[in-house]
Design a protein around this ligand. Structure first.
Ligand code: SF4
Ligand code: SF4
Length: 275
């Protein structure tokens, strides 16, 4: 497939918008898919001002803006069905492969109370809570150890708090995985693409040798949409601006008691569970 300079710069623009810097890690588009990609909205609906004949990437004016993004998970509303819908949406739209066993790739998953909150284990706790299955995901910590230990800055924190991955800078050392106390990161021990049941064409696939995780759906926020999991969860997951006292997220946090995972570690997780 011939890719001229202008097309190349467009792809580079998409990669730049995602924080992707090099040539491996993500497979942006398959051979022959460039024309189709041009007809479709781009993954992040960035504006390419064709009339100007250049490849400048402009932010989408509809992009959601928050000073500090966070997620609230309402355990009274989170049925198994809603949790599965949220997980399925995330996995499909992010091309998360279905690899069984120890090499599994997890962006969002279900886990038990004791696993999620080992420090608050209490034999007399409400059985409804103790037996509940909690959604776990990257907490987009305010003080993320994963960012501090990454030697190449492949993982970094945005101003709005989202902890991102630059797949092309990732050298696969897995220091970030050792640094994350929540198991929120997964390593591609093998090429994940054969394990994607049905590929979603508007999101890049990854390659062997890189780490991946939840991004709070940065690509959705960039076009004014909420994260897939929040949208699919039937109101059990509420995404919003933790710094905005008038947000729905803050209203929920005022209205009910909430817990966070391993708060004693000082990571300041920004995923809150209403219990
Ligand atoms: S949950 Fe783990 S991967 Fe996510 S920001 Fe916190 S330390 Fe990093
Ligand atoms: S915020 Fe987006 S990337 Fe993160 S778990 Fe939810 S759907 Fe997946």
């Amino acid at each position: 497939m011939g890719v001229d300079r202008r097309q190349f710069l467009k792809l580079a623009g998409i990669a730049g918008a995602l924080g992707l810097g090099g040539s491996v890690g993500f497979q942006l588009l398959k051979p022959g898919s460039l024309d189709a990609a041009e007809r479709m909205p781009t993954p992040y609906q960035m504006v390419f001002p064709k009339s100007q004949g250049n490849s400048e990437v402009m932010p989408n004016p509809k992009a959601l803006k928050g000073r500090r993004w966070g997620m609230v998970i309402d355990m009274r509303k989170l049925t198994e069905e809603k949790a599965r819908a949220a997980i399925q949406a995330c996995n499909y739209y992010h091309n998360v492969p279905d690899i069984p066993g120890k090499q599994t790739i997890k962006w969002i998953w279900l886990t038990g109370y004791v696993n999620a909150f080992p420090e608050v284990e209490n034999p007399f706790a409400d059985p409804e809570i103790k037996n509940a299955r909690f959604i776990a995901m990257c907490n987009h910590c305010d003080n993320p150890p994963c960012v501090r230990v990454c030697p190449t800055k492949a993982t970094f924190q945005r101003e709005d708090g989202i902890v991102m991955m630059d797949m092309h800078r990732c050298i696969g050392c897995r220091f970030c995985m050792a640094g994350c106390p929540y198991g929120s990161r997964s390593f591609n021990f093998r090429d994940p693409r054969p394990f994607i049941k049905k590929e979603y064409p508007l999101y890049p696939t990854r390659t062997k040798g890189v780490v991946e995780k939840c991004t709070f759906c940065s690509e959705r926020l960039a076009v004014g949409k909420l994260p897939y999991c929040a949208e699919a969860s039937g109101g059990a997951m509420v995404f919003g601006d933790v710094d905005d006292a008038g947000s729905e997220l803050r209203r929920l946090l005022r209205s009910r008691y909430s817990i966070r995972r391993k708060p004693n570690l000082g990571t300041h997780p920004q995923v809150y569970y209403l219990v």
